[in-house]
Design a protein around this ligand. Sequence first.
Ligand SMILES: Cc1cc2nc3c(=O)[nH]c(=O)nc-3n(C[C@H](O)[C@H](O)[C@H](O)COP(=O)(O)OP(=O)(O)OC[C@H]3O[C@@H](n4cnc5c(N)ncnc54)[C@H](O)[C@@H]3O)c2cc1C
Ligand code: SF4
Ligand code: SF4
Length: 458
Amino acid sequence: MTDSILVVGGGVAGLHAALECANSGARAIVVERGPVVGGRLAATMLEPSAIGNRSEGVRTPLFEALVDNENVEIITLAELQGIEGRPGNFTATIREEARFVTDACTRCKNCHTVCPQVMPNEWDSGLTFRKAIYTPMSDTLPEPWAIDIESCLNTPPNYLPCQRCVEVCDDNAIFFNLPLETIHERQVGAVILAPGFKTESPDRFAAIGYGKHPDIVSSAELQRLLESPGPTGGFASKPSNEEYPESVLLVLDNPSKFALYIVASQVHQLIEQDVEKVAVLILAQPGDGAGTEEMKALADGAGIEVRWGALFEVEPTEENTLDVSFEDLSENRFTRQNYDLVVMCNDVEPPAGLAELAENAGVDMAESGYIALDGDGVGTTRPGVFVAGCASGAKNIRDSLAEAQSAAGSATAQLDPRLLEAGDGKALEKEAAAASPTAPPADMRQQIEQLLYALIDR
Ligand SMILES: Cc1cc2nc3c(=O)[nH]c(=O)nc-3n(C[C@H](O)[C@H](O)[C@H](O)COP(=O)(O)OP(=O)(O)OC[C@H]3O[C@@H](n4cnc5c(N)ncnc54)[C@H](O)[C@@H]3O)c2cc1C
Ligand code: SF4
Ligand code: SF4
């Protein structure tokens, strides 16, 4: 008999599900593959300007509710190896990799200065650099830095004497003589899979200009620029010279429901930052997929230009702007327009290693490449194993949270109710309020929202 639930994936869905379980009186064990929790929204959960709250540096209630929560255990740099047993009584095997930095770390950054190994920071969409000893962002849960042992000059098991970080760590927080991995076994009554998604590589846009100029960015890169803990403090900027862009074009070649959601969200943020001209170019025939005449009419009303085009090319100019040429299918003519920043909207796809996770959890995959659902709810093909968030397909925050709540309800139903302590639910109420996607929008923002949400709901 156990009162525990295993949550795989520490993004917004997994963390929300864990807190739901904890507030129901269960214990939640969150297994996160990365060095910190938060997933795609790790930065915005700490400095939540992107989800409407401008109180910079204040931890949102979601993280507040997790810190020192006795009913939530977080294991980072860890993956699920297997689950045996049956609903109500599973044994889960978890493999945790060494962090090499202990809780004694005070985030003083001394080690960052001396580490010679430099690489792109994945958490900044590669727009900034990190070292082999690093923290993904300015504030994290858990707080200690971590060593990316694959990039470190000290190679296990025979560590070479780089040791520069050890020498400057006044807090004595770095140890290379730790076991490379630790295997944990946990008794759990149910499992929630919340491994999220990843953004696809923007390289497929290379043929139409991505990589040709720093001011041609992917939507994941733009997102990072728009998040306040990001490299520009949350302001749209031209990576080539850090100047403010007066005109931005978002190029969308796959107007899926989710891609449109992201475009809508980024258009909001650009308009909020008073970017003078924001336009969307859909690489499709007018009326194809989500690109409809209604969209054009509504967008015109909101002051946004929407075009349908083909044969698209982006050429840098001597004035450090970008000339965009395309066949305007809305008006059947070739056209050329000038922008300061061009955004290639890359879609999302299943996260790396999802098939392996599905195999270890004993669940089937769907043809989409995500986890298969058994019916309309959050159940998978294995009883007692549920999904939350983007595990079964891309979703926005609101839908991810709703699914997490449902998964937590189904998971706690597998436990013996006598083992559950009564939870007060207050932390969750606060968290749900903070995580609701946006603050009340301005008129223009509302119009754009209506337009794009209408298309999303098709
Ligand atoms: C560019 C962009 C902009 C967006 N803008 C908005 C917006 O404005 N509004 C909105 O509502 N939504 C937006 N979204 C969507 C939002 O990011 C998602 O709804 C949300 O992140 C989903 O949360 P999640 O927990 O399911 O996944 P994630 O945030 O991806 O978290 C999944 C976590 O699981 C971990 N993990 C993965 N595999 C494993 C494994 N095998 N074992 C252990 N851990 C694992 C990952 O490391 C990660 O920490 C945007 C998405 C993108 C890409
Ligand atoms: S020098 Fe030590 S205490 Fe300072 S950030 Fe690095 S690991 Fe942490
Ligand atoms: S031992 Fe590794 S992490 Fe430390 S400074 Fe050298 S390369 Fe960087």
